[in-house]
Design a binder for this molecule. Structure first.
Ligand code: ASP
Length: 433
């Protein structure tokens, strides 16, 4: 069986086994504790002990790759592009597309939510107290881009700063020129091979890691929460799918003329990783590899756009925030008006930039969006119960959005290998990553 199929199997079995454990343990939704002594034993030793430990090791092994992979791959890209006058155009196109797709996502989300009215008639008694951790301000978000210490940026996994440093380093290599530049480029290209090999080794853990993460999640939460908030849940889900298949598919076809069907088939594996880890950052190595190897995007484009996208481009998160804002406004019976909606488009686009690619952060930055239109931040408590499930799907949309932009930009700059894009054999079967 190919690795991708094993991962898929791990995902399906993980959900089933998790739900079975949830039923056996009889987890109390409010307190997240099991009812019987046997249930408590299972919860402590099997779920939080065994499954959680293996799941965490898997996530750690993915995160381990992020900084070395981004640094090495981006230095390679920038070093070979440094002398190239397309660097500015490439970066501008990528940024503009990231912002435009996010704004489209949130507008679509609010449009659908206003139409479906998920918050009408919501029982406010559902609400418990929720105190939001402080969301970063716009100034902080902006200042955070500029590194003062590259080692600290890497140690803290601050991706925007690592990106800035790596690009500067790569450009400096190419500007140095001569034998030094040649040797340095060779060195980084070899290092890139080694990091990729390491990734292939760690990827063998993926089916088991995915299985354990999903067992732990579904055993702890169960499906009960979804029923209580069905209208909100399915509205977000619907918009996420509409955006992923409808908007991305159309953009891909219109702007690059490439087949969306091939794109989605090849991205399936990346989406599964995003779904089971709920983290754009942890999915970054797989996404980078898929874009370059399966979709034929030139390393110079994807080494820049994918890490950047994992950090600032969160269309799925923006969709959740759009629907959540409308939902909370309806639940509290507050009309935010047209100006309010425009404000939400603006702040949610910025919030998406400030949202880190790790689980549940979208909920924290939602506080910033709610505050911008004077909605009660405690409203977050209304939706928190289902957020963990939605986080999985929206992370899959977040990473798909990064890849779509990468492919479109690469095609427009003549930096996409179309034969590779169209070759279905090139998937995991040939090169087992
Ligand atoms: N989990 C999301 C991501 O990593 C961020 C979020 O919306 O919470 O992309």
């Amino acid at each position: 069986m190919s690795l991708t199929n094993k991962i898929l199997l791990g995902m399906v079995l993980g959900v089933i086994v998790g739900v079975v454990f949830n039923l056996i343990m009889g987890v109390d939704q409010a307190h997240q504790t099991a009812a019987s002594p046997l249930g408590q034993w299972l919860q402590v030793f099997v779920i939080n002990g065994l499954f959680d430990t293996i799941g965490q090791i898997f996530v750690a092994s993915l995160k381990l790759l992020v900084v070395p992979l981004v640094f090495v791959s981006l230095v390679c890209g920038a070093a070979s592009l440094g002398g190239h006058n397309r660097m500015g155009a490439l970066a501008t196109k990528t940024l503009v597309l990231y912002l435009v797709t996010t704004a489209m996502a949130i507008a679509l989300a609010m449009g659908v939510a206003v139409f479906i009215q998920p918050g009408a008639g919501v029982d406010m008694a559902l609400s418990s107290t929720y105190s939001a951790p402080p969301a970063p301000s716009i100034k902080e978000t902006f200042l955070d881009i500029f590194p003062s210490n590259p080692v600290q940026a890497m140690a803290e996994g601050n991706m925007l700063q690592v990106i800035v440093f790596s690009i500067l380093f790569g450009i400096a290599i190419s500007r140095t020129g001569g034998e030094i530049a040649l040797n340095m480029r060779n060195f980084f290209e070899h290092l890139n091979e080694v990091v990729l090999k390491m990734m292939m080794l760690l990827m063998q853990l993926a089916p088991y890691g995915v299985f354990c993460l999903l067992v732990k999640l579904f055993a702890s939460i169960g499906f009960g929460a979804i029923l209580d908030l069905a209208k909100y849940f399915f509205t977000v889900l619907f918009v996420l799918l509409l955006h992923a298949f409808g908007v991305y598919g159309t953009l891909l076809k219109l702007l690059s003329g490439l087949s969306p069907v091939i794109f989605f088939k090849k991205m399936w594996k990346v989406a599964v990783f995003a779904f089971s880890t709920s983290s754009s950052n942890a999915t970054l190595p797989v996404n980078l590899r898929t874009c370059e190897h399966d979709l034929g995007v030139d390393n110079k484009v994807c080494s820049f756009s994918i890490p950047l996208g994992a950090t600032i481009n969160m269309d799925g998160t923006a969709i959740m925030q759009g629907v959540a804002t409308v939902f909370i406004a309806q639940a509290y019976n507050i009309d935010i008006g047209i100006a309010g909606y425009l404000m939400v488009i603006l702040t949610a686009t910025l919030a998406s930039i400030g949202t880190a690619g790790v689980p549940s952060v979208g909920l924290v930055t939602l506080a910033m969006v709610l505050q911008s239109v004077n909605l009660p931040v405690e409203g977050i408590a209304l939706i928190i119960g289902v957020d963990r499930f939605l986080d999985m799907v929206r992370t899959a949309v977040n990473v798909t959005g990064d890849a779509v932009v990468s492919v479109i930009v690469a095609k427009s700059e003549n930096m996409l290998d179309k034969t590779r894009y169209e070759n279905m054999q090139l998937n995991a079967e040939v090169d087992p990553v």
